[in-house]
Design a protein around this ligand. Sequence first.
Ligand code: ISJ
Length: 275
Amino acid sequence: MNIGEISYTNIIPLYYYLDRERLMDDGATITSAVPSKVNRLMEENKVDIGGISSFSFGKNADRYSLAPDLSVSAFGKVNSIFLFSKYPIEELGEKRIALTSSSETSVALLKVILHHFYDVAASFQVETPLFDQMMEQYDACLLIGDDAISANRVNRRYHVYDLGEIWYQQTGLPMVFAVMAYRKIMETEKKDLLSYVIKSMIESKERCQFEKFSPVIHKAMQEHGGDYAFWDSYFNGLNYEFNGEHEKGLNLYFRLANECGLLKTIPSILKFSYT
Ligand SMILES: C=C(O[C@@H]1C=C(C(=O)O)C=C[C@H]1O)C(=O)O
C-alpha cells in the first residue's frame, strides 16, 4: 500500500504520529509531494490512500471513498490560500491570473468565487508557484500552502484575498480543502492495513490537538521560520474534522463547481463505506 502525504505544513497533524517503522514492516510506503502530484498519483493507482485535494475527490468519487473524521478545512480564514492582486478583486474582469500548479481545490475555488460571488470573468494560466515571476507577468496570482505563507510574509504591494475567508463570508459553511481518501478497492485488497492507517491518522490528529500542536509548531518553525505565535494561530485556524457541516460545505462547493463547468457531475459522496 502506498500512502500519499501532502508536503505542506497544514496537513502535518494527520501524519505526525504515524508509526512509520511499523508501516514499513507491514509493507506500506509513503510518498510525499504537493497536492496536485498526490492527486495524480492516486488517479494513476500509484497511491492507495492519502490526503488529496477535495476537488480531486469530487472528480473520482465513483472509485474513491472518504476516510472518516479527517480533512484540512477552515471556517473562515485559512491563512495559506491567497489571491495576490494588483487590482481589487471586483476589478479582475478580463485580467490575467496565474494559478499555482500545486493545487486543484483552490484553483477551482477561485474560479467559483470569481464567477458566482463577483461575476468576474478573468483569464487563467497554470504556472510554477514562484511569486515574483508570477506577479511580473500577470495581474494576479493564486498561491497555496507554504508558498502562500512565504509570499504573504514579504508582500507589501498587492491586495491579498484569503479564499477560505471569502467562502465562509458568502456561504456560512466551512471550506474543505483536502480530504483523506482511499481507492475503494483497498477495502477488499488491504482491509486490515487500511483500517490501521486510518485509525492511526485519527489518533495522530487527536494527539496533536491535545498537545495544542506544540511539537508540530516547533517543526514548522525549524523548517520555515516564523515565530511560535504565528504557527500557533495558523494551526488553530485550521480544522481537521469531517462532520455534517463539512459535508454541506463540500456539497455546495461541488455544486457550484459543476455550475461553472469545472466538474462534469455533482458527485454523490460522503457515504463512508469504512467505519
Ligand atoms: C490549507 C491548504 O489546503 C491545501 C489545498 C489544496 C488544494 O488547493 O488543492 C490541497 C490540499 C490542502 O493541503 C493549503 O495548502 O494552504
